[in-house]
Every structure is written in C-alpha cells, then in structure tokens.
Design a protein around this ligand. Structure first.
Ligand SMILES: Cc1ncc(COP(=O)(O)O)c(C=O)c1O
Length: 392
C-alpha cells in the first residue's frame, strides 16, 4: 500500500491546486525543489564553475540514476534540455536519403510529425502512417505488412499527448528487431508514469522529459541510445562537449551518448532531474502506474455519467490521461472555468494531433492527467466541479 498522504505532504502544491495536469507539467516534490534551489544557491555563492566542481558527483549521478530507471548503461544516456531536442538529436542524425521510408503512428506527437514532414519535403523521404486496429492502438499486423527494405526507421510515440492510449511499444520492438530496423520511441508521457525497460521494449533510441510524470524541473530532458547504435548516429550539431578538437584540422566525436549533449546546460536542473528519478524509483514505477491507471479509470467511469460528456480515450491499455468533451462547453472554456476553481487541466487541439483527431472529427479535448499523489476524493471534487459548470 502506498502512503499517499506522505507523498502529498511532500508536495506542497497539493494544498493550492487540484492538479490533473501531470501530462503537462506535474507538481514537484520537495526533494526535487530543494535539490535545484540548493544548487542555484551554491552557484550564487561561489560561482557556476566552482559549483559544478563541488557538485560533480551529484551531476555524474544523473547517468547512474537514469541507467537504473531505464535499465541501460550510464554511457547510453544523455542529458538534454527537453524531450523534443532529445528526440531531434536522434532523428536528425539518421542521415536519411531520398526514397527512405519512416513508419510512424497516428497518435504521433506534433513536433515529431513536423520533423517527418520536413525530411519528406527537403530530402524526399516517404512518411507512412501505420493504421490503428479496432481499439485505436497501432495495428501490429499492418506495421509488419508495411515493412520493406526501404524502411529506415520505425518511430512511435508511446503515449500521446492527446489521450489515454498506450501504444504496444514492446510488440513494435519485436518487429523492429526481427527486421533489424532502428526503432525510436518517444516516451515523453510514459517515463515516470510506468516501468520503462529499454531492453524489454527493444528500442534503439528513447526520448523523454523531466517536468511531466517524472515530476522533475522544467527545461530538462534525456535521450537513451543503445550502445551499438551510438556510433552509427553522427550528431547534426557538435560542440566541445560532444567532440574533441584533436589537431588543428582534426576532431573526434565522443563514443558515448554524451555526443548528443551540449556543453552548456541547466546544471541545477540536471541535479534536480536525477533526484526526481531516484524519488520515483523509491516509490516503485509499477506501484505508481497501478495507482495512476486505477484513479484514471475511476475518473473515466464517473465523468461519463455526466450528461453531455463523452470520454475519448483509445486503445487496449489506458493510462493516467483522461480525455473528454462536453457537447455544450468548449474545452478551452472548460479549462478556464476550472482554473478559476484552482483545478488544473489542459486542452488538446486538432492542430497538435492532425493524424489522430482529424480522423475522429474532434476539434479539441479536455485532458485531465492524473498521478499517484492524486486522490479518489479529488476525482469526486473534479466531477462535481464539471457538473456545477454545466448547471451554471
Ligand atoms: C508525446 C510527447 N512527446 C514530446 C513532447 C515534447 O516534450 P518537451 O516539451 O519536453 O520537448 C511532449 C510534450 O507535450 C509529448 O506529449
């Protein structure tokens, strides 16, 4: 049994807001906040470079923490300023050529889709979106049928921004391995919410962010690249962190995943993110997911009882993200009215998920994303608040 009250006591934000926006940015626990503030305070007192020397063990511990969190080697982890740039560093290093194919999914993250469209326009790469099965998750059989020798990359978003869907990442990994195709997984909404084991999933590259379900600081993210893949990916940008200037006309790119990093970064955030990973692991990712998934299911069941409300989450497995619409109150208005009651949710719009929401004829959705520190009581308060807005 998880001691939810303890986690709430360690999360002062719980006293101020009813926070159902953990897929946007979660509430930080005290230990993360304190790690960041302590580091910043040290920088203020002795200077940024001296602080980095003093905290070198904690800064290095980031790689150990993430190797435990993802079940990989510390050398396979890079600290990057957000999930998008982490994903970009892997994606744009792929060296695409005209006629190469990328297989992706309907529920793809907007910035990833934009990157596919860019390499399609500029390099003549073909982007093929794998259809969903009848439940709304990526159809595994179609994925396998679509494979040929031109497929250069399988690139999937594990859990989309705009719904409770969990795409079958490990089944996709089996196919990628069977055909020996590089597999990039956007795990931005899943790391911190559930156990992620890169070996079990079978991905070659995985990106994620700090501020969402990991409850870390904003402006932090990470990239995993499998050791056998690192040397095949020459970063599009290099600097004095990722490469060494060995002679006046020579340089050598690092052999570990730090080749994808920048020299300058958010040092306090790196220490805070390592702390967030340790905190999540101390609770247990399976415990976190079990609790979050169940709470979200309670919300789905209760909210769809409200007249006019439709729940829209797809897939076989549904996570802590709950999306719904009301037939009279637009999602952005609902979000604003809830915010006035100190209730945080987000709105997902069609312009950030065209391959998914256009087909479902949804212009926008209200997204309530729960975490383990939320409570059944909050679910009740939330549903009552939605009802009262409709009455008002
Ligand atoms: C699925 C997914 N991928 C990537 C991102 C981008 O993350 P970041 O804002 O850290 O770049 C998000 C953010 O909402 C996301 O939901």
């Amino acid at each position: 049994m998880l001691d939810i009250q303890k986690f709430r006591n360690e999360t002062p934000g719980c006293l101020e807001v009813l926070h159902f926006d953990n897929a946007g940015a979660s509430l930080q626990p005290d230990c993360v906040y304190e790690a960041v503030v302590e580091y910043l305070s040290c920088e203020r007192r002795i200077g940024g470079y001296a602080a980095a020397r003093r905290y070198s063990d904690q800064l290095d511990s980031f790689y150990d923490s993430f190797s435990k969190l993802l079940n990989c080697a510390p050398e396979e982890v890079a600290f990057i300023e957000n999930a998008t740039r982490a994903w970009d560093m892997a994606f744009y290093s792929m060296n695409f050529e005209r006629g190469d194919r990328i297989l992706t999914a309907k529920a793809e993250y907007v910035s990833n889709s934009l990157a596919y469209l860019q390499v399609a326009r500029n390099k003549g790469v073909i982007v093929d979106v794998v259809p969903n099965d009848h439940t709304g998750q990526l159809d595994i059989e179609s994925l396998e049928d679509m494979i040929d020798e031109k497929v250069k990359l399988i690139s999937i978003t594990h859990i989309p921004t705009q719904g409770g869907l969990v795409n079958p990442a490990a089944k996709i990994g089996k196919i990628a391995q069977r055909y020996n195709i590089p597999y990039l997984l956007d795990a931005c909404q899943s790391v911190g919410q559930m156990q992620i084991d890169v070996k079990e999933i079978g991905c070659d590259m995985l990106s994620g962010t700090g501020r969402k379900f990991l409850r870390g600081p904003r402006g932090t993210g990470f990239l995993y690249v499998k050791s056998s893949m690192i040397k095949k990916l020459e970063p599009t940008f290099i600097d004095l962190r990722s490469a060494c200037w060995t002679a006046s006309d020579q340089y050598r790119i690092r052999e570990d995943a730090k080749r994808f990093e920048n020299w300058e970064c958010f040092f306090a955030g790196k220490v805070g993110l390592a702390k967030a990973a340790e905190y999540a692991m101390s609770i247990g990712l399976d415990n976190i997911y079990e609790r979050t998934k169940n709470l979200a299911q309670i919300l789905r069941t209760e909210i769809q009882e409200i007249p006019g409300v439709t729940v829209h989450d797809l897939g076989v497995e549904k996570c802590g993200i709950v999306t719904f619409t009301h037939n009279q109150i637009p999602s952005d208005v609902l979000q604003k009215l809830l915010a006035e009651k100190q209730i945080n949710v987000s709105t997902s719009t069609v312009s950030s998920a065209r391959w998914d929401l256009e087909e479902r004829k949804l212009n926008s959705l209200t997204r309530a994303s729960l975490h383990y520190f939320n409570t059944e009581e909050e679910v009740k308060i939330f549903c009552k608040a939605v009802v009262s807005l409709m009455e008002g």
